[in-house]
Design a protein around this ligand. Sequence first.
Ligand code: AMP
Length: 291
Amino acid sequence: MRPPVVVSDPAVLADRLHAWRSVGSSVGLVPTMGNLHEGHLGLVRSAAASVRHVIVSIFVNPTQFGPNEDFARYPRTLEHDLAQLTGSGCDLVWAPSVATMYPLGPGQGFGVSVPAELGNILCGDARPGHFDGVASVVLRLFNQVGPDMAFFGEKDFQQLRIIEHMVNDLSLSVRIKALPTVRETDGLAMSSRNGYLDSGQRRQAPLLHRVLSQCVARLDAGQDWTAVQTEGLAELATAGFDVDYLALCDAETLAGPDPRRPMRLLVAARLGSTRLIDNLAVQPRGTVGTS
Ligand code: AMP
């Protein structure tokens, strides 16, 4: 089986899209920063089951990294990614250069300003401007590809909600499909950043998911959120995590939780210099269900 074709020239992308569109084929987009793992591949397989042609974009987006973040060392592994995508249902990899993506320069051109109540909370609090960068690059990708559907992981839950709100607010004609977080067998959410962990940190990392699961069980049992949060934070701190937040939010608006509505429990914490995130669903009070 041959790997998908890699395209970096916007004119070539436009030609390919025109050919597909002219015979009425649907197109799906899976935006990624590369260093692909099973989490990404699940999105690709879901896309292939839903649309005729699947484009995976691979672009390490400079505008979503802060000045002291890992943009320079973020893993760029195109050969490995193409091997992973072979046979996955991906037809084309869109791998634009920074100049193609940002003709006026990264951070210099037009961009999306995410409303503060969505973009400055949770991860946006510790990473100012991050979600403006995410939304701006995703809007550019949508404009370049014009997908019928685009596929995102619940792993990046705040990002997913922001994209959904952007699509709604700007009346973009793309359907967003969300897929559950794919985990390692020990529960750790798959992430390109897991590769930064040393062996000791890797052994500690699954605790993030275990603590989230325990918190959800306590909430399901009717315990008070403040008490649950205090215990969760203490457990993570004892294990050596430097926690940015452990928060309970409304699952749709990301605002403060209303126990009668679906909620989301989200966490971000550092092990050494590696920042990990994870989240789980929390059912409304008075209902029975799994997360
Ligand atoms: P990234 O390459 O990290 O920017 O991620 C690209 C897409 O893959 C985003 O929609 C992520 O939410 C999704 N993704 C990353 N890791 C996972 C995972 N473990 N499970 C499901 N989706 C994921």
